[in-house]
Design a protein around this ligand. Structure first.
Ligand code: SF4
Length: 301
């Protein structure tokens, strides 16, 4: 057994993997009796910090990650940053997620703890257990923390699934760290509510998919969901994409053709640190009006 590290407070940035594995990290560390300090939710201040420190060519989620890390540095003993290679067996994650610990080490030298998430080689529950052992915890405590953490995230997904509205008319897709960051998706949700439009947000189940599916994990899940949409029920799809997202730049055309085939209207809202989605109102309103107009024309014909 490795010598136990003395960690009282671990910092977790409220970005990227925090949203991708809801409830998992907090449950994991708290079972190990390590206090979890989260960064503040994304705000204008976070965006300003991100623009001043991050590499300008990066997508917004990666820029925000830098700002969330910087906010935590002086509040914690260590920062937790996993190396994400694959979150679904036989798939791979965006390559930018595989270098996060290296990026974090530049910002916070000597403070980063990490382990590799690679479902192609080892299940998450086993790699979590191994990670806890590497931190110096006994086999039984490590096993307990890994089990609890994986169950917590499963429970979260199941509860969300059960609370789904069935009458939703618009479907919102994006990567989880865009969707569940209120600063990014909040303006879209607010606008839809204001217009009294029902909507549903994609749920990421991280399940192995059929053989010919797209091999990028989140993009593949989005694509599968679009394939399954029923044109009788779904009036339109709203995709939130980050400026300079390499994966989306390849996949958006695929989404467009899947939805064109089904005659489902589609809009892509691009976000960057200058706009986030604050100026989204007009475009969204125009999109919804055009969908309404199209439906009225179909009813009258
Ligand atoms: S998938 Fe796109 S938005 Fe997500 S980290 Fe990669 S480049 Fe950025």
């Amino acid at each position: 057994m490795a010598q136990k590290m003395t960690i009282k407070k671990v910092g977790i940035p409220k970005s990227l993997y925090y949203f991708f594995y809801p409830d998992l990290w907090k449950t994991f560390f708290e079972t190990l009796e390590i206090e979890v300090i989260l960064s503040e939710s994304t705000s204008r201040k976070t965006i300003e910090l991100a623009s001043s420190v991050a590499e300008s060519e990066n997508c917004l989620p990666i820029k925000l990650f830098d700002a969330h890390i910087l906010e935590l540095i002086d509040k914690v003993d260590v920062l937790f940053v996993p190396r994400i290679i694959s979150t679904i067996k036989k798939h791979c994650s965006c390559p930018k997620l595989s270098v996060l610990p290296d990026v974090a080490r530049i910002l916070a030298p000597g403070k980063v703890i990490t382990f590799e998430i690679n479902e192609n080689k080892i299940k998450l529950i086993s790699s979590l257990q191994k990670f806890a052992q590497e931190l110096g915890f006994s086999n039984s405590i490590a096993k307990k923390a890994a089990n609890r953490a994986v169950n917590a995230t499963k429970k979260h997904t199941e509860e969300k699934e059960q609370s789904k509205k069935t009458e939703a008319s618009f479907f919102i897709v994006s990567h989880p760290y865009n969707l569940y960051d209120d600063y990014i998706t909040g303006p879209v949700i607010k606008k839809l509510k204001k217009m009294n439009i029902s909507y549903e947000i994609i749920e990421f189940k991280k399940e192995k998919r059929k053989k010919d599916a797209i091999r990028w994990d989140t993009c593949g899940e989005m694509n599968d969901n679009l394939f399954q949409l029923d044109p009788e029920k779904c009036k339109g799809v709203i995709q939130i994409s980050s400026f300079n997202c390499g994966c989306d730049s390849v996949m958006l055309e695929t989404s467009r053709s899947v939805l064109k085939e089904k005659s489902i209207p589609f809009i892509v809202l691009i976000i960057d640190e200058h706009s986030a989605l604050a100026g989204v109102d007009t475009r969204l309103e125009a999109f919804i009006d055009s969908v309404r107009w199209k439906n009225e024309q179909n009813c009258n014909s």
